[in-house]
Design a protein around this ligand. Structure first.
Ligand code: 48H
Length: 264
């Protein structure tokens, strides 16, 4: 009938209550998780996907509104991503269409690749705290990493003198630093004299990717490093806009966390 709404009769207060209640429920639940991952780029999403598919309770903390990090675009603002063999197998597994360009080199649409990876992490059961920035670590006996201190990105982006808002802490059995070039979790340990980072090295595609996957692992009790954060931590060469190592490093990080949690 003309003038009659096709939508259910729900008003503003119900909409607001639904958001607040669901957000609060999930947040309270994930104040304690099996694994907290800092950074929702390709390595963090792969780690989260691998863990959640094994029934592990995973929270990814991401400072941006959007997930995916650098995986939406390749290099130089061009939205095609490349991977080198054998990482194209991950593209197949995720259902991402790709083309072979030359022996051992594959190309895919950044948008398609990134959205499929995000969806697979969501399907696995990963929960996200986006617009949320990692500020500090939680340390326990013998300086074991046991969680993360977080704040709203908009709060942390404002000058301290007008935002005296303390952060909150989230506990986790394991923490993964998937924050990319920043390696912001590892750097917090460095500030306290517990580790020493080297900064990522110069470009050398052929060496870089194996080294990242090989160095993915526990950098300090309770803390696993993955993706580009691994290069920053250990001074490994960078690889530019090719993402195979990010995918395989994230997968490796998930295996290591499973091992540490006694689930392998
Ligand atoms: C919350 C944070 C914080 C914080 C950062 O940069 P990413 O895509 O990282 P990787 O390692 O998964 O992938 C790296 C790849 O994208 C890349 O840049 C390559 C391959 N470069 C090679 C080269 O030669 O340079 O994602 C990291 C994510 C981002 O979404 C950040 O917003 C987020 O972490 N993040 N989230 N709190 N303090 N810092």
């Amino acid at each position: 009938m003309k003038g009659k709404s096709i939508f259910s009769s729900v008003g503003e207060k119900e909409v607001t209550r639904a958001i607040v209640a669901e957000f609060a429920k999930q947040f309270a639940d994930y104040v304690e998780s099996d694994c907290l991952i800092v950074g929702g780029g390709p390595s963090g999403l792969m780690a989260g996907k691998g863990l959640s598919e094994k029934g592990i309770k995973v929270l990814i903390v991401e400072r941006n509104n959007y997930l995916g990090g650098g995986f939406w675009i390749g290099g130089y603002l061009m939205n095609k991503i490349t991977v080198r063999e054998p990482a194209h197998e991950v593209l197949s597994e995720l259902g991402i269409p790709f083309q072979k360009v030359s022996k051992g080199l594959y190309v895919a649409d950044g948008s398609h690749a990134c959205s499929k990876l995000i969806a697979s992490a969501c399907d696995g059961g990963v929960k996200f705290a986006n617009m949320t920035v990692f500020e500090d670590i939680v340390l326990r006996e013998e300086n074991r990493v046991a969680g993360a201190v977080i704040n709203w990105t908009p709060v942390s982006a404002l000058p301290r003198e007008i935002t005296c808002v303390d952060p909150v802490a989230m506990e986790a059995k394991m923490v993964v630093d998937a924050s990319g070039h920043d390696a912001c979790v590892v750097k917090k340990l460095e500030e306290r004299g517990l580790v020493k980072t080297k900064g990522f090295g110069a470009m050398w595609v052929e060496r870089s990717e194996d080294l990242v996957v090989e160095h993915t692992g526990e950098v300090h009790p309770g803390l696993i490093v993955t993706g580009m954060a691994t290069s920053t931590t250990y001074g490994l060469p960078r690889m530019g806009p090719t993402f195979g190592a990010m995918l395989l490093s994230g997968r490796r990080a998930a295996e290591i966390v499973l091992e540490k949690l006694g689930k392998l």
